[in-house]
Design a protein around this ligand. Structure first.
Ligand code: K7E
Ligand code: CUA
Length: 672
């Protein structure tokens, strides 16, 4: 039975909280549509009794086609109903994660990750989150933005498990860990080893490791070498950050890296099922061009696209792990590194040529094939893991690169190529054996059969489509149904908002074996989101409040400075004035804080609430302090009261009828 028929039969009172995914095959004839709408109570004029006519006139008045209304029916999510999926989209250089419901495309949350986020009290004075952000300091310097590219949901046996999400920051070579219990960033890690990344974050099938691969080669460890010594002194690296699931943190001491030649390593993906234990990343610039267009050398991009082939990197990370345990490593900066010569000679690293300037590398759900899109090529190339493994094991090499890395024969390594169109980038998968590849130059998504490598449908995308994101699309069992096209720049699409264009996410019904159908356009008011992952919403198990009262939001343990009602107090100590404060509807205790100019102030504020709808905030203007006090959350803040005066503080969440009165004064008495 098609979802269309289901809709007609459905008693609205029986609808569940999760809207079933509609998968109609054909647009409805208008008359039938009107009847269906009327049966669903969709008439615009309740007194008319003839809802169908009203729907028709409404459609005419708004200039809507049958396809428009069908799309609306597939995305419209009535008040109070939840979305079936959540999409976690990168917020680009906004440095935040954006959480979007599917199919409604309603934004449900921003998560501060690389950028301080005031609403969440993320790094605006709150000590616990300040320390999280400081974990990503580069060479001792606080970096308050990030160029977020690829979110990776944690996996168990190759399936999203809804516990954590990891993201990479291309600009500052950082990886973040976000807990999906409370949608809070709990850790940032970075290594002096590499100076940028792009193949980040990607997880191995049980989230043993989070992969971060460098993009722009540089001397490992952050030192200097003349650029003329690029071939000898510049290197790439793939970091395997060890994830300790018990603690919910990356264990930097158990992490390691593999040194790579100075090609520009690009995206990565981890093998799964048959290819578990391996990771794959592609690269551009096998030419090792490094620019210098004012110094008589070719411009970087011209030099980097001269050759016909680049190298797909195939990494046996499980073997690398055992070589690391056997101590075949060097320490460079703060990282344990498996040297390039060891990786090349011991069977950790193999190259397979890949057509011109590849970009996406995506492992099929069965783990058998590796799909690579070549930006300057017209194919998606489908490599066979079985063939690669056999060639590697038989040591049947077509040659070696200048660093001694064995190269496998291209033809002998592939299962075939699918003629896609101009500029294939990224590939996703569904549950019916189809692959979907974004085609940047042509601005379409190509749907093709994995079995016979033939395109079955192309759907025009609005403009410069980059990544695409399918429901559970990177798992061993994708769901099909929905696909998100992530377009660069919302050219001509929405009401103009000045020269800086939003992005445009387009939701697509991928529709089983049929043709794809565009459902929804959504402007994204942040730039530039690169990738997203979509998870079944019922996999997430979020908390409603922090327990016990006085919990540190990062450790979820009771903070030593947590304060309960009646324990509020002020003490002067050698290191300054300590204020143990509570917040509860609708007051802070104490609400008067008296200090002397120049004193260091330590605020220890506990929300003693344990109800979901009892969040408070704590804003102290002029001192750049803003806390979120969710029920049960504790915050410690330290600052120097270096300006005498009267500073009101107040609650920033409209928590009760007396919310405006939830305020107090910091009185900083002048020294003299
Ligand atoms: Cu924009 Cu994956 Cu960084 Cu492609 S990447 S589009
Ligand atoms: Cu507490 Cu407003």
């Amino acid at each position: 039975m098609t979802a269309t028929a289901e809709r007609q039969d459905q008693d609205p009172s029986e609808s569940t909280m999760t809207t079933p995914r509609p998968r109609p095959s054909f647009p409805l004839p208008i008359g039938l549509l009107a009847v269906a709408l009327a049966a669903c109570g969709g008439g615009t004029n309740p007194s008319s009794g003839g809802g169908g006519a009203d729907v028709l006139s409404l459609m005419r008045a708004r200039g809507l086609s049958e396809a428009d209304v069908t799309a609306a029916l597939k995305t419209y999510t009535p008040s109070g109903k939840h979305d079936e999926y959540l999409t976690f989209a990168s917020g680009g250089h906004g440095g935040n994660l954006i959480v979007i419901g599917v199919p409604s495309m309603r934004i449900v949350k921003y998560i501060g990750v690389f950028t301080p986020e005031p609403w969440q009290g993320y790094a605006y004075g709150d000590d616990a989150t300040e320390r999280v952000l400081d974990g990503g300091n580069r060479f001792g310097k606080r970096v308050e933005w990030g160029d977020m590219h690829h979110p990776a949901l944690s996996e168990t046996k190759g399936d999203y498990d809804g516990q954590y999400i990891f993201v990479g920051d291309k600009a500052n070579a950082r990886v973040a860990v976000v807990s999906l219990k409370d949608f809070m960033t709990r850790q940032l890690v970075t290594s002096s080893l590499i100076q940028s990344d792009h193949g980040a974050a990607f997880v191995t099938p049980d989230t043993d490791y989070v992969i971060e691969t460098s993009q722009y080669p540089a001397p490992l460890g952050g030192g200097y070498a003349p650029i003329e010594e690029f071939n000898e002194k510049y290197r790439g690296a793939a970091i395997f950050w060890r994830f300790d699931r018990q603690r919910g943190l990356i264990d930097t001491a158990k992490s390691f890296a593999i040194e790579l030649p100075p090609y520009m390593q690009d995206l990565a993906d981890a093998g799964k099922l048959v290819s578990d234990g391996w990771a794959f990343m592609n690269s551009v610039n096998a030419e090792r061009s490094y620019g210098g267009n004012l110094e008589g050398r070719p411009a970087l991009e011209a030099g980097a696209s001269q050759g016909d082939m680049d190298y797909l990197h195939c990494i046996n990370w499980r073997l690398a792990e055992s070589l690391v345990k056997a101590g075949k490593t060097r320490t460079i900066g703060d990282m344990t590194v498996l040297p390039l010569e060891v990786a090349a000679s011991e069977g950790v690293l193999f190259f397979v040529p890949e057509p011109k300037s590849p970009h996406g590398v995506d492992i099929t759900p069965d783990g058998k094939d590796i799909v690579v899109g070549g930006k300057l090529d017209t194919h998606a190339t489908v490599y066979s893991f079985e063939k690669i493994k056999a060639l590697a094991e038989a040591k049947q090499f077509a040659g070696k690169d200048p660093y001694g890395v064995p190269i496998l024969d291209f033809k002998a390594s592939i299962r075939g190529q699918c003629e896609i169109g101009l500029g294939p980038l990224h590939t996703q998968f569904d549950d019916q054996g189809f692959a979907y590849t974004s085609v940047f130059i042509e601005s379409v998504i190509a749907k093709w059969s994995l079995k016979d490598l033939k395109v079955v449908h192309k759907l025009p995308m609005h403009y410069n489509v980059g990544h695409i994101c399918a429901a559970e699309g990177d798992t061993v069992s994708p769901d099909g149904g929905y696909l998100l096209g992530m377009n660069k720049w919302a050219m001509d699409r929405f009401t103009p908002v000045g020269p800086l264009l939003p992005q445009n996410f387009q939701l697509i019904d991928v529709n089983g074996a049929g043709e794809m159908q565009l459902l929804y356009d959504m402007p994204i008011p942040l730039g530039e989101p690169h990738y997203a992952q979509m998870i079944k919403a019922d996999k997430l198990k979020t908390i409603e409040y922090y327990s016990p009262v006085g919990s540190n939001p990062i450790t979820h343990e009771k903070d030593p400075e947590a304060t309960l009602a009646k324990q509020e107090r002020v003490e002067r100590r050698a290191d300054g004035v300590h204020v143990w404060m509570t917040a509860v509807r609708s007051h802070f205790t104490p609400d008067t804080i008296r200090v002397k100019e120049g004193e260091t102030v330590h605020l220890h504020i506990t929300s003693v609430e344990q109800a979901h709808d009892a969040t408070h905030g704590f804003a102290l203007g002029s001192y750049d302090i803003n806390l979120s006090l969710e029920p049960g959350r504790h915050s410690n803040v330290r600052f120097v009261a270096d300006r005498a005066g009267v500073f009101p503080f107040y609650c920033t969440e409209f928590c009760s009828a007396l919310h405006l009165e939830m305020a107090g004064y910091l009185l900083v008495e002048p020294k003299s």
